[in-house]
Structure formats: C-alpha cells, structure tokens
Design a protein around this ligand. Structure first.
Ligand code: 6YU
Length: 507
C-alpha cells in the first residue's frame, strides 16, 4: 500500500482489457486517483460480445489461447468462476496444441467432392511439422530465409519432390497445404506470410491447454473487471486528441509540483495527470502517432510503431435454420483444386476476395449458440469485404457452400453478422504481428515509458500498454492484460523505490 501523500493522478487512455487490467492493479496497489478515458460508448475494446442467433457471438477475441496457469486471462477467468468444467480440468490445461487446437474436420474440394479424411489429416500433420521446423530453423541461427512465406515455399517444394503419389494426389496435397496457409493468415492476421518475419515469429509463445471460450461470452470477464473497480471510473464517448507531456504546456511560473501531463480530449476538455497509461491499439497509433503526442514521440518510437505489423482479421457469422453439416463436425475446410501454396494472388479483389476463406468453424454447443457458422478472413480481402453489403457477402458465401458441398439445395442463412475492424476509427485493424524488418526489440521500444530514464524530467509521464507492447504474447488478450499489469507495477515500483525524489502531487 502506498503512503497517502504519495498518491498521484493517473489517466488511462482506452478501456480494453489492458486499460482495465492496469486500473484494477493500480487500485490494488493503493492508487486512488485513477480515471479511464474511452473513445467509444462501451468497454472491452477488441473484446466485444454481441447477441446473435440463440446466444452471444464474439466480434473480436473469442478463445483463451492456451488456457493454463501461466495465462493471465485464464487465471482471472478461473478466479471469477467464468469457465466450464472441461476448460478447468487439469487434463485440458496440460495439452500442448501449439496454437492449433484439434478439431473434427470435413474437407471439400472446389468440384464438390469430399476429401479422404486420412489424407487431410496427414497434410495437416505435415503442415504442423513445417511450422515447428521454422522455429528450429530460427533457433539454429541459419540466416538466408527472412520470412515465413519464403521458408514454407522452399520446404513445400522439397517435400513435393519426395512424394511418390500420382500427380492428382500430389496436386490435392498442395491444395490442402494452401488451405492450411489460409488458416495461418487468420492466426497471424497478416495479409501475406511473406510479411511475417521469421525470427520474431518464433518469439511468440504458445501456452499449453486446448483453447476454450467463455460460456457467458468474453464480456463476462470484462463485466467482472468493471465491477471490481470504483464506480464511475470510466468516462465513455470521450476520444483523446492529444497527450501533452514534458511540461510542454506549462507557462513560466506555473506552481512547482503541478501535474506534468495534460490529456486533451476531442471535446476540448483538458485532464491534468501525473501519469498517463496509453493503451490505444497499434493501428490507431500508426495513423495518429505524429499528432497524438505533444511534443511528438522520439523518432525511435515512431519508427518502431511504423515497422511493427498490424493486420486485419474479420469475422462473418451465418445463422442457419437447420445444420447441413454432420453433428460431430467442428470445422469445414474448403480446398480449391486449382490453387497451390503461396501462389501469387490476382489483384482484382472484387472477383476473388472470397478465395481467401479457408472454410467454416461450427459454433458449439448448439443449445447455446444455435446453428451458426463462423468464417474468418484476413488481410486485403478482409478490408475489401468491409465495403460490401450484407446480402453481397451472404450470396457469395452461399455460392461457395453450394459449390464445395456439391449441394445446391442448401437454403440460405437466416441471419448474417460481421466485423469491420479496419473501418473502426479507434482500432484500424485487428492485432499486431512482427512484420519483416521489425523484431521483438521494436515491441520493447514501443513499450518503453517516457521520458527516457536518461532525461532529467519527471519520470514515467507517459507509459504504454496494450497487446502490441508484449514481446511474447502480442496479439492476444492475455498479452494485453499482462501489459496493463506490467505498467501498473512499474508505477508502484517507481514510488516505492524512489521515495526521496517523489514530489507531493497533492499540492
Ligand atoms: C485472444 C482470441 N481473436 C479476433 C479478432 C480481433 C482480435 N484477439 P483494445 O483495442 O481492446 O483497447 C483499446 C481501447 O482504446 C479501445 O477500447 C479503443 O476504443 C480505445 N481508444 C482508441 N483510441 C482512443 C482515443 N483516441 N481516445 C480514447 N480511447 C481510445 N485474442 O486472446 N483470443 O481468440 C482473439 C481475435 C477479430 C480483432 C482478436 C484475440 C486479440 C485481442 O482481442 C486483443 O489482443 C486484445 O483484446 C487487445 O486489448 P487492448 O486492451 O490492448 O486493446 C505464431 C504467431 C503469431 C502470433 N499470433 C497468434 C494469434 C493469436 C491471436 N488470435 C486471435 C484470434 C482471435 C479469433
């Protein structure tokens, strides 16, 4: 607990899981003058559960990736008792899935044929081996290949040379591998695997445990976090325009010890603070970092913000009256027979955007979700899809379903709902990835607080949290939550370690 005369005012920009995590941890440390300023009219940010069909669907984060003891979201969800028995079982927590949970899959070709499940499983296994090899390759320090796309192209070409199957089977295997790669786009969020830097790709850490969801929606976690905070701590619909730091706004003769940061809101309101924790998405920072801070951020930080990747991943949910899939099926994969891995994509997106779709995930359990299929689309195609109408998207997906299942009589869905994360002004995409030319060091540079330690100015005026500031768990909710905790602890440590230099902020 902090001595009362050391309490200071802290503004957190953004009410996603990083901002909420920071606020809660600060309150636990004894800080009492905390305020969260959020641009939108709701909490949660990229955690956004909405009503659809029989229950709730997730427009953003859906799964706890690697639900096991080291996962901060899992820890918190368990404490609030938000998960079901299966997710809580020791057995579930121990399974190593490397980011790809097991699923009962049906694979269909573009000529409407079902692929032999054994062949499909063997190609899935081959793909997992290649991804594992990319990590071993990085660890061995071998240099020439820089991106995941290039690495996979070489590896797949070598494998194909060794296949003894007839040409038709070889082509089918390549087409199946291509579908695996489309899933990889959705996992990474990147437009192309050629953009994914190989070295830092390996720094991302997958935790053990079979991915699980929240029975009451991810929002139940956000609701609990909100409940644990003092009332009225969040100001909604209050976009921040600029953060003035380094006393830049102070007039000569301003009283000693007054706040060194000012948060200027779009509505003209000015909120003075001793510390500001910025949790806005990297997509927003990329577009606004030149004007969002006054004085501007140091060039090294701007450079890292621009180098790190921020992809777009969009979801499309379809609700059907009756299922056309088999009862035990978790995943329907679409395999285009005329495609092979990492083939150059044609530029005319309006004709081909839907080819980036890997297939459909069946939401479970049916009693809670209804008969709902989810598809995910990444990159340029996802951005293009945002400008189409619901009926254009629905018609296009139905054409795919008819073509691949070979059944033109499947009736259209009753409802459609989709995300448009790229058009979201305060997000501008879905999550970060380490783009070629960037590395884990850029993530650390973005996370460094300002002013730098070497400066004589009041330290820790501006701190940075959010998924894109976590070196090993970037792109996830647990990474975001840990980053909020990290910055709250940084502030606490600063006060506890350096009492002599701490001004009395209450003057
Ligand atoms: C996870 C999952 N998941 C799908 C999709 C998306 C994401 N993620 P926030 O944005 O939440 O909060 C910032 C707030 O700031 C926000 O409210 C803004 O409105 C506000 N703001 C902005 N500007 C402002 C201003 N000027 N003034 C005031 N306020 C302002 N994560 O764990 N499981 O299943 C998925 C998925 C479609 C879009 C996800 C998933 C990512 C998480 O949603 C995300 O990281 C956190 O919610 C971010 O929280 P935050 O607080 O930082 O920001 C190998 C390898 C590669 C590594 N990749 C592995 C893939 C793992 C990711 N998988 C994702 C998959 C899905 C389906």
């Amino acid at each position: 607990m902090l001595p009362p005369d050391m309490d200071c005012s802290i503004v957190i920009v953004g009410c996603g899981i990083a901002g909420l995590g920071a606020a809660r941890r600060l309150a636990e440390h004894g800080f009492s003058r905390i305020r969260i300023v959020e641009a939108k009219g709701r909490q949660g940010g990229r955690i956004w559960s909405r009503s659809f069909a029989k229950g709730l669907i997730e427009m953003g984060a859906q799964w706890i990736h690697g639900p096991s003891k080291q996962n901060a979201v899992f820890q918190l969800a368990s404490r609030y008792n938000l998960l079901d028995e299966m997710a809580m079982s020791e057995e579930n927590q121990a399974v190593e899935v490397n980011g790809r949970p097991p699923a009962v899959t049906s694979c269909y070709t573009s000529s409407g044929k079902r692929i032999d499940p054994e062949l499909a499983v063997s190609v899935e296994e081959l793909y997992s081996t290649l991804i594992q090899k990319s990590s071993d390759f990085f660890q061995s320090g071998t240099e020439p290949v820089q991106n995941l796309g290039e690495f996979l192209k070489c590896e797949i070409a070598q494998c194909a040379e060794e296949w003894k199957d007839d040409k038709e089977v070889c082509n089918l295997k390549l087409a199946l591998l291509n579908t695996e790669i489309k899933i990889e786009y959705c996992i990474s969020g990147a437009d192309s695997l050629d953009l994914l830097a190989l070295h830092p790709f390996d720094e991302y850490t997958a935790l053990p445990g079979i991915d699980c969801t929240f029975p009451g929606g991810f929002k139940t976690l956000i609701d609990e976090m909100m409940k644990s905070l003092p009332k009225d701590i969040v100001s909604f619909n209050k976009p921040v325009k600029c953060i003035h730091w380094t006393d830049s706004f102070k007039t000569p003769g301003a009283p000693e010890g007054s706040c060194s940061v000012q948060v200027e809101c779009e509505n003209g309101e000015i909120i003075p603070a001793d510390h500001v924790i910025v949790t806005v998405p990297l997509g927003f920072l990329k577009e606004h970092c030149e004007t969002f801070f006054c004085p501007p951020l140091p060039p090294s930080k701007i450079n890292s913000i621009q180098k790190l990747g921020f992809g777009t991943n969009n979801k499309i949910f379809l609700e059907f009256e009756e299922p056309f899939w088999e009862p035990d099926c978790d995943l329907i994969k679409l395999v285009w027979e005329d495609e092979y891995p990492l083939k150059e994509r044609p530029p005319d997106l309006h004709k081909v955007w839907f080819r980036k779709i890997f297939g459909f995930i069946i939401l479970r359990p049916v009693e809670r979700c209804g008969h709902v299929l989810l598809t995910v689309l990444a990159g340029k195609e996802a951005i293009f899809m945002e400008q189409l109408s619901d009926s254009e998207v629905k018609d296009c997906l139905m054409q795919l379903i008819h073509q691949f299942t070979g059944n033109p009589l499947i009736p259209p869905p009753k409802n459609i709902l989709r995300s448009k994360w790229h058009s979201d002004y305060f997000t501008k995409g879905s999550y970060s990835y380490t783009e070629v030319g960037s590395s884990g060091d850029d993530i650390d540079i973005i996370a460094h607080p300002l002013p730098p330690k070497s400066s004589k100015l009041q330290p820790l005026q501006v701190l940075f949290a959010g998924e894109a500031t976590h070196r090993t768990f970037y792109s996830t909710t647990h990474g975001a939550l840990e980053s909020g905790w990290r910055e709250a602890d940084r502030l606490r440590d600063n006060y506890l370690n350096d009492v002599s230099k701490t001004p009395n902020y209450k003057t």
